[in-house]
Design a protein around this ligand. Sequence first.
Ligand SMILES: [Fe+2]
Length: 508
Amino acid sequence: MDDRIGTIELRGKRALVVDDEESVLKFVTEALALDGLEVVACSGFSEAVEAARRNEFDFLITDLRLTDGNGIDLVKKLQEVRPGVPSIIMTGFGTLENAREAIKEGVCDFVLKPFDRNELITSVNNVLQRQILSEENAALKRLAGLFEASKAISAIVDVLKLPHLVLGSALSQTDGARGFVLLMDGEENQPKLASAVGWSDEEVEAARDKLAKHPIAEAALQGKLMLISRDAAHPLAQVKTLERVDPIPAKFILPMGDGEELIMLPLKSHKRMLGALALTKNGKAATFTRGDLQILTILARHSGVALENSQLFADLQESYVATFKSLVMLMEARDPSTHGHSQRVTMICDELTQEMNLSEDRALTLHYAATLHDIGKFAISEFILNKKEVLNDEDWEQIYKHPEIAYRVLEPIRFLADAREIILRHHERGDGSGYPGGLTFKDLTLADNILIVADMFDAMNADRAYRSHMRPDEIMEILEGESGSRLESNVVAVLQKLFREQRLPARR
Ligand SMILES: [Fe+2]
């Protein structure tokens, strides 16, 4: 009876056959050769390990007892040298205990001696068939993961978040140890480290200076696929498009361990080079496979498109903001005493965020908010803006509306959704005495408090239609007096420090 689980093409498959009995070795070699298989025959453990190091095989057939070792240990050893290659044990001592131990160690099938050619071919066929099924299964699982990762990558338009997501997906899809992403800086045309996982902050910091002229970074950024590995018989060694580097360069971008290998793929859109994705594997049996390369190639292609889109989106954001900036300048021209106010407030906010550890995201949001914070003043008549007399209640009513007007004007622009929340609150005060909401500290974020203090400082530091600028000691006194009550005390303290260090924009 034919008990094969399916028939596959055996012609051209390569077998490593190990037995210390010459007659068995001869019989198996001839039996397999009749079906077109290529055989490397070895008479013992050490010889087989050497052969496995030098050549690629589709499967192993070994005797259970060898003169210089045993078959199960050979199966284990082979998994280190050639991970995933299936094994068949030939034995005349087929006990249940042997079988149990062998299966635990990854043996796929047994043939009991004495066996005929049909039994042998059936076993080989079944083992290779199961191998194909399990590879397909694993590939399907990875494809499902890849599909999810690609979906997530395509959905992100934030140019700052995308490199982290790409790197995270690449690491999890390939069981990578650590990695980094380089992106070309549009303005300087130099690579920048956009994300790194697995190295210390100091190592990442030191890497920033090594990027510009690093040959491996340059090669990847010219579109080459790079592999740094010491393994001469690497599974990817035959990939024609891959360029190998051996050994690890002493001054690599980021430090690498002795047994660590690294693969670096270009990230590109159909038009231009955008950057590179680098991943490492480390430790025993951790090596990049063809499956990994396939997954990474797909991921890199998707990431390239997503990066291009996110950069276009960032350009679009910039041009939006540039348009609004022009509007702010036009608006400030209506009230010469506020000329340059928004720009100076933005510079003060940028300085404060640097000192106060705001996240990159939040700092950018605050930057936009500061740039546009007074855009609602468009609705205030020029007469009130330039009035030299004391403002009456009606005048103030108009002025009180400008944060809410800005909030409404900016509503259709999705990427300014968080910035307009900050703009709405830029005249609030911690004790509830501000407008329009009469909010208190518990309702105000750090970004809100930074803009409030920066705006108030610049207003006092500049001439106004109804008064000239205040003296620095007067400004500091007022800030001090309101610290902790109307103004957030930490922000005030940092602003005072920046003022003392002359890091704030000078009065116009
Ligand atoms: Fe304002």
